[in-house]
Design a protein around this ligand. Structure first.
Ligand code: PHE
Length: 346
């Protein structure tokens, strides 16, 4: 029996066949189990003789089955390893990659340019109160300049009775920074601003960078030099044409608006896209001026000791001019093809 069992185990073709043999010999009804049961009916002498043989057979068969089973398992693992091997030289599937939006790109470029000029970056809230956005910037409740801002107001006032709004410009950060840090100051403040306005060069949300320098001896010449230096660095060319126009803002005196030309001095188009430039070859880029002494007072500083200049630049417009887009509205449509085309690799 034993040698017959062992050779059948050796020849078993797979794990199922092996299991069938285990049941045949060692199962409850198995032939070796049946032999074990006969021991009880034997005389003690007979049992003493038969028991070691039967138990030896049982152990030998059980060991052979275990050994063959281990062999099957090892073979299965081998074949798995062979068939499921990874080819590490295959190219990995490409995950879709995002890109840096031109607005973010320009903000980063400006932060770098101004860092070289010694400016640090400040921020303020987009949900602003009336006092920071208007009053402290020398625009009282009744000031006509407020009407020009097409402001989005919130229906409710805050706990202190302040009227809340979406900031219409980054200029409230001027106030916040003077109140928080005093003088001297040299900051830029990039961020989103909101006005109820929309056409090819206006969207209800757009981006500005505010600049503020406060010190003891600042004059209009510093402002002009700073603007020229940063615009030349930004456009990476010396031949861009700037136009400074006398202007009016309640929070600066005197005030200067700066336009940049689409064309160079020879009439060649050097900025923007290939289409027809909107307007007459100039794009209004920024407002600026010497900080009004009333604003310095509102912010808690002594205007006889401290003065300075401020400017507010349209970031989206800078991007349009440098990277050649003609319609501002496309900036905020989220069209994947536009983002793929104009985005920057991170
Ligand atoms: N806040 C002004 C605007 O949004 C721009 C500006 C900033 C003008 C600072 C002068 C000084 O139009």
């Amino acid at each position: 029996l034993q040698s017959g069992a062992l050779s059948r185990i050796e020849e078993a073709s797979d794990a199922d066949a092996l299991e069938a043999l285990r049941i045949e010999y060692l199962g409850k009804q198995g032939s070796i189990s049946a032999l074990m049961k006969t021991l009880g009916k034997m005389s003690p002498e007979e049992r003493q003789e038969q028991a070691p043989k039967i138990q030896g057979a049982r152990t030998a068969v059980a060991d052979a089955i275990a050994a063959r089973k281990a062999q099957f398992e090892a073979e299965e693992l081998e074949s798995k390893l062979a068939s499921e091997r990874l080819d590490l030289t295959l190219p990995a599937p490409q995950a879709p990659r995002g890109s840096v939006h031109p607005v973010s790109q320009v903000m980063d470029e400006l932060a770098e340019i101004f860092a070289d000029l010694g400016f640090s970056v400040a921020t303020g809230p987009e949900i602003e109160d009336d006092w920071h956005n208007f009053t402290a910037l020398n625009m009282a409740e009744t000031h006509p300049a407020r009407a020009m801002h097409d402001t989005f107001y919130f229906p409710d006032r805050d706990a202190d009775g302040n009227r809340m709004l979406l900031r219409t410009h980054t200029s409230p950060v001027q106030i916040r920074s003077m109140v928080a840090n005093g003088a001297p100051i040299r900051i830029i403040a990039p961020g989103r601003v909101y006005r109820s306005d929309s056409d090819a060069t206006h969207t209800p949300m757009f981006h500005q960078i505010e600049g503020l320098v406060i010190d003891r001896d600042i004059n209009l010449g510093h402002l002009k030099w700073t603007l020229e230096t940063f615009l030349k660095a930004f456009f990476e060319r010396d031949d861009i044409v700037l136009r400074l126009r006398p202007s009016y803002f309640p929070f600066t005196e005197p005030s200067v608006e700066v336009d940049v030309g689409w064309k160079d001095v020879n009439g060649r188009r050097v900025l923007g896209g290939d289409g027809d430039a909107p307007g007459h070859g100039w794009m209004e880029l920024l407002g600026s001026g010497m900080v009004n002494r009333r604003v310095i007072e509102f912010a808690g500083l002594d205007p006889d000791e401290w003065q300075g200049f401020a400017f507010g630049v349209g970031v989206d417009r800078l991007a349009m001019l440098k990277y050649g887009m003609d319609d501002l509205r496309a900036f905020f449509d989220g069209d994947q093809r536009w983002l793929d085309h104009y985005g920057f690799s991170p």
